[in-house]
Design a binder for this molecule. Sequence first.
Ligand code: MEV
Length: 315
Amino acid sequence: MQTSIGVSHAKIILMGEHAVVYHQPAIALPIKAIRLTATLRPQPKDQMIASTFYSGSLRAAAKTRFAGIAQLIRQLLRFFDAEQQGFMLTIASELPAERGMGSSAATAVAIVRAFYQAFGQALPREILLNWASVSEKLIHGNPSGLDAATTSASHPQWFIKNQKPKALRLPPEGVLVIADTGTSGHTGEAVGQVAALLQGDKDYYQPEIAAIGNLVKVGALALAQDDLVTLGHLMTTNQQHLKTLGVSTPALDHLVDVAEDAGALGAKLTGSGLGGCMIALAKDVSTAQKVAAALTGAGAKETWVYDFSTKDDGQ
Ligand code: MEV
């Protein structure tokens, strides 16, 4: 094992969360300016982890909320025939945890990249995504794979579960504002809640899932035609369906309304919901700044701006 560094970044889902779990398409954007690094250093003994989520031995991590990632690390050690190898794994993350920005997937992606680099092996993308699903399944139960695909990607993603993701092009104009409600959203809980609704009343909820999938397809057309007004409407309609699925919260709804009143073309929650972040689409930077200021005034804990034209995807 050599010292190595694996890198990943945040993601936001433009449209299609939750429905993507049921094989509908989704569109997600990598936020490369918000980074996570995993640094792996061999040492004579002890298998240790240092991060903001968990610090301590690999062995003791099994009983913590880091257990899914710990299991991934154990499987990687076994794969590289290095179960007895001592190491220090340091994870430095700019991503807020449990805010719909893909922190668990980004952690897995960076760790897998660090291990493959440490053992001098090439890492094809399908293999990376397979590895990330080890911890994502343990943490979230039934992940679509979208978070891992986007936190490891350099381009916007058109994603359908169990299919190879495709890169999408963004319009030359348009600015997204991302705002954090400051409350945690638990992906596993939100995905489980939607599954329970579908189980309880399939006739009512299945059309909601299909409707989101159709919005995403029209959203891809709007992107291809640089039609931000239509994209904004589609995002707001997507939010209505997410509300019907029960994953929005009063705080998310409030920030969506505030963004629209401040001039956004459309707004919605992003990620699993039940807390976490929302996104708003603005036609230009000055409108985005007004929207961001209004969101901060309405209680958003942090905002980021993603400018389509400059690919200035953060801060
Ligand atoms: C979470 O970021 C996105 C969800 O659609 C779950 C998933 O795709 O695995 C809610």
